[in-house]
Design a protein around this ligand. Structure first.
Ligand code: SAM
Length: 291
C-alpha cells in the first residue's frame, strides 16, 4: 500500500510526496500539525495540510530568510522572529555570535514542541541561551514595541487563518515602529507565479511599500513550495540590500551555508520582468525606486 502527502498548489495543480510513515499528528487550538517521513524529502512538517518545510530543502528557505539582512546590517544585536516555530530561522541566526538577544513570538507552542521531538535539524535553533520564546500572537506582541529591534523576521504561515494578521497594514506599521532607525524587516512574501499567491504577494508589497521608503523583494527556488519560485520582502529604514551589502565582512565571518552566498544575494534581487511589473503595479508612484 502506498501513502502520499498531497497539497493543492492551485485547484488544478497538486504536489504529491510519497511518505513511509506519519511521525506526529495533532490539532492545536490554532491548526492541525502533521509530521511525516518521506524517502525523497526526509521529514515533512505540514500545518493545516500546507507544507511548511522538508528536511531536504528547508535550508534554502531558512538561509534566505536570515542571511541577506545579516550581510547588510552592520551591527544587528536585537532581533525579533515572528512565527518560525520550527526553529530553522533561529538555527541560522545562531551562527552569528555577536547577536545579543533574539525574541521569538510563536502563537502555537505545539509547533515548537512537535519540532523539538521530530524535527531536530531545525529545532536545534532553540538550543541558544540568547533566545526568549513568547507564545503569543505576533500581531498583538508587536503593538507594544517601539524602536527596539535591529531586525524583524516574519517567518509566518500564509495570509489566511492564524497567519492572516501578519499580512496587514497595521502589522507592518507596527513593525516599522518596533524597528530602530536603521532597522530591517524581512518577511516570507509568497510567490509570483500562481494567481492566488501573486495576488497575496502584491497585497503584501503594496502595504509594505506604503510604509517603508525602501521596500525590495528577492527570490529563491524552493522545490516543494508552489511553483518553486518563492519571494522574500526586504524593507528597510536605512540600508539598501545591494549598495550596503558588505560581502567582505560577511565572508570574513566564515558563516557556514549551503545555499546563500553574497554573489547569490545580488542575483536574488534581480527579478524576472513579469515579477518587477507585478510589484511596480502596486507601488505608490513616489515610492517607486530606481534600481
Ligand atoms: N519556517 C517554515 C518554513 O520553512 O516555511 C514555516 C514557517 S513557520 C512553521 C510558521 C509559523 O508561524 C507557524 O509555526 C505558526 O504557528 C506561526 N504563526 C502563524 N500565525 C502567527 C501569528 N499570528 N503570530 C505568531 N506566530 C504565528
Amino acid at each position: 500500500m502506498e501513502y502520499w502527502f498531497s497539497e493543492n498548489h492551485t485547484k488544478n495543480v497538486k504536489l504529491s510526496i510519497k511518505v513511509d510513515k506519519q511521525l506526529y499528528s495533532d490539532e492545536s487550538k490554532y491548526q492541525r500539525i502533521d509530521i511525516f517521513y518521506s524517502p525523497e524529502f526526509g521529514r515533512l512538517l505540514s500545518l493545516d495540510g500546507f507544507l511548511m518545510l522538508t528536511e531536504k530543502d528547508e535550508f534554502i528557505y531558512h538561509e534566505m530568510i536570515v542571511h541577506p539582512a545579516m550581510a547588510v546590517h552592520p551591527n544587528p544585536k536585537n532581533i525579533l522572529i515572528i512565527g518560525g516555530g520550527d526553529g530553522g530561522a533561529l538555527r541560522e541566526l545562531g551562527k552569528y555570535d555577536f547577536i545579543e538577544n533574539i525574541d521569538i513570538v510563536e502563537i502555537d507552542g505545539m509547533v515548537i514542541e512537535s519540532a523539538k521531538k521530530h524535527l531536530p535539524f531545525t529545532a536545534c535553533g532553540f538550543d541558544n541561551d540568547k533566545v526568549n520564546i513568547y507564545l503569543q500572537d505576533g500581531l498583538k506582541f508587536i503593538r507594544k514595541k517601539y524602536n527596539c529591534y535591529d531586525l524583524i523576521i516574519v517567518d509566518s504561515t500564509d495570509p489566511f487563518g492564524v497567519g492572516e494578521g501578519l499580512f496587514t497594514k497595521e502589522f507592518y506599521g507596527n513593525c516599522y515602529n518596533a524597528l530602530k532607525d536603521d532597522g530591517i524587516l524581512i518577511n516570507q512574501h509568497e510567490s509570483p507565479f500562481y494567481p492566488e499567491d501573486s495576488i497575496a504577494m502584491q497585497k503584501a508589497h503594496k502595504r509594505i511599500s506604503e510604509i517603508f521608503d525602501l521596500a525590495k523583494v528577492y527570490q529563491a527556488h524552493i522545490p516543494t513550495y508552489p511553483s518553486g519560485h518563492w519571494l522574500f520582502g526586504f524593507a528597510s529604514k536605512g540600508y539598501h540590500p545591494i549598495n550596503d551589502l558588505d560581502s567582505k565582512a560577511w565572508k570574513k565571518r566564515e558563516i557556514e551555508t549551503k545555499y546563500y552566498t553574497t554573489n547569490l544575494h545580488k542575483g536574488a534581487f534581480m527579478l524576472p520582468k513579469y515579477v518587477e511589473e507585478l510589484l511596480k503595479k502596486v507601488e505608490k508612484e513616489d515610492h517607486a525606486f530606481e534600481d
